[in-house]
Design a protein around this ligand. Structure first.
Ligand SMILES: CC(C)(COP(=O)(O)OP(=O)(O)OC[C@H]1O[C@@H](n2cnc3c(N)ncnc32)[C@H](O)[C@@H]1OP(=O)(O)O)[C@@H](O)C(=O)NCCC(=O)NCCS
Length: 142
């Protein structure tokens, strides 16, 4: 079955809610996803992958601007492929498409954060020539 990858629109909100529930184990209201996808202020590009019409994965690119850097910065903030469709190159295609989107915004580098215990995620990004660095991420509740 061929895979189509395209920018998500409001029409994809229901499927994105399902994928997000499977990935992040959160229930995001479809109305919120619709709003977020159509907001001109959103700094996020969302791609969805479909196989024969069924949603099988998604990836997100966040872009931000700072006076500290001459170029915008970007991060692949979410990437997920449903288990039944893994190891078929869909994750790689989603990342390649996100990199093209990033280039179009003038980015020359892209960041990714994966869980320190997510060995599969780390192996995946290393296979795609991302390099691990020494940065640590600190978090706190507010
Ligand atoms: C990580 C993830 C997106 C990969 O998606 P995928 O469609 O299965 O990946 P691909 O088929 O495009 O794999 C590309 C390459 O990455 C590497 N790779 C992929 N999955 C791997 C795994 N589980 N272990 C080791 N290497 C892996 C392989 O080198 C693979 O190339 P090959 O198939 O020619 O050997 C998917 O496993 C997933 O959704 N995981 C849960 C969410 C997650 O961890 N997201 C990333 C961190 S936020």
């Amino acid at each position: 079955m061929s895979i189509q990858i395209h920018r998500a629109s409001r029409a994809d909100a229901y499927d994105l809610a399902k994928l997000n529930r499977a990935f992040n184990e959160v229930d995001t209201p479809v109305s919120w996803i619709e709003e977020s996808l159509s907001s001109p202020r959103s700094p996020e590009i969302v791609l969805i992958a479909r196989s024969g019409g069924n949603a099988v994965g998604f990836g997100c690119l966040m872009i931000w601007y700072s006076f500290c850097y001459e170029k915008p910065e970007g991060e692949i903030s979410e990437l997920f492929v449903v288990e039944s469709h893994r190891h078929q190159g869909i994750g790689k295609r989603l990342v390649e498409q996100l990199l093209k989107e990033a280039q179009a915004f003038g980015l020359s580098e892209i960041h990714v954060m994966t869980g320190s215990k997510n060995e599969a995620g780390q192996a995946f990004y290393e296979a795609l020539e991302f390099q691990k660095n020494d940065d640590l991420v600190f978090s706190r509740s507010i």
